[in-house]
Design a protein around this ligand. Structure first.
Ligand SMILES: [Zn+2]
Length: 313
């Protein structure tokens, strides 16, 4: 299925993106829509179908869809999705195939983003790499020998739930001290919790007195403006990420790390702390091979990954 066009669809927590992609990786047309009030799987399938019909199916050979949650790509079932509580054991691939009348490849959204970066982004040409997406949560995808590593059931690359602090803050997964509880937008309060009272207060005051208003963007702007308290927060952020990446490298022997997602825009605030912490925890030989790069596709990663998986299927 290497020719023609593919639809790549990236379903997020609040919106979805759809792109018409050529077999050489050019996004010919793209759409974005907010997810409607009916957040059932059936409701979203209908909404996506209307959007796809508006773009047109001419020459489309298949559809690649990334969804947030626990997905088995081999049977196309979404077992559970943190953002869509109504989705329980939903046969999402079958629902899309019935509605769109085209073959569908379904996977976790972070896996699709990794596939996109490997095809046309920062990991282009890399046979082995690990992609980490830093957003509301922390996602990941592992590419090994040029293909997504899917393990036994496809629940792979859950890098956000790797434990970096075993007595740490509780996580949405039911565990404690997962990487996501620190290095994501939802983990910001826990990062602030690592600061001294004065530094913490300063940052919260800058956000109007409410800890939930401290966003990664605000922390970035404060740090760029020379605020030492925010720089300390980024230091903790980078250290946790460094601990996590050192474990990934130690376990997999994969040396190319690609970091994407909205928070990766604060790259220069955390990268040196990340590298320092990571190197402390790796064999010298491994540390000399590790290459950490910023993802380059941003919002197109999921669309291109979906299309790539169609052309590869
Ligand atoms: Zn977790």
């Amino acid at each position: 299925m290497g020719e023609g066009l593919a639809l790549g669809i990236d379903i997020g927590a609040t919106n979805f993106r759809l792109g018409l992609v050529s077999s050489d990786g050019v996004v010919l047309e793209r759409r974005m829509e907010g997810v409607g009030r009916d957040r059932s799987a059936r409701g979203i399938v209908s909404q996506v179908e209307r959007c796809a019909a508006a773009v047109g199916y001419n020459g489309v050979v298949g559809v690649g869809i990334g969804v947030p949650g626990i997905v088995d790509p081999s049977c196309g079932v979404v077992y559970r999705s943190p953002h869509y509580p109504k989705w329980l054991n939903e046969p999402v691939k079958e629902m899309f195939e019935d509605t769109l009348g085209l073959p569908v490849v379904l996977d976790n959204d972070a896996n699709m983003a990794a596939s996109g970066e490997g095809w046309r982004g920062a990991a282009s040409g890399m046979d082995n790499f690990i992609m980490i997406t830093l957003g509301t949560g922390v996602g990941g995808g592992i590419v090994c020998g040029g293909r997504l590593f899917r393990g036994e059931k496809g629940f792979t690359g859950e890098i956000g739930h790797m434990v970096v602090d075993f007595d740490g803050p509780s996580c949405a997964c039911g565990g404690r001290g997962c990487l996501e509880t620190y290095t994501s937008a939802s983990g910001i309060p826990n990062i602030l919790g690592r600061l001294g009272e004065g530094d913490r207060r300063r940052i919260i005051d800058a956000a109007g007195g409410d800890v939930s208003s401290v966003t990664p963007r605000l922390l970035y702007e404060l740090a760029k403006g020379g605020d030492p308290s925010s720089s300390l927060a980024w230091r903790w952020f980078g250290r946790y990420l460094g601990v996590g990446i050192a474990s990934l490298v130690n376990v997999t022997g994969i040396f190319n790390i690609v970091i994407g997602g909205g928070i990766s825009r604060a790259w220069d605030c955390f990268i040196s702390h990340l590298e320092d912490e990571m190197k402390k925890r790796l064999y010298k030989e491994s540390a000399s091979f590790v290459r950490i790069v910023q993802a380059s596709l941003l919002d197109d990663a999921g669309i291109l990954g979906g299309a790539n998986e169609v052309f590869k299927s």
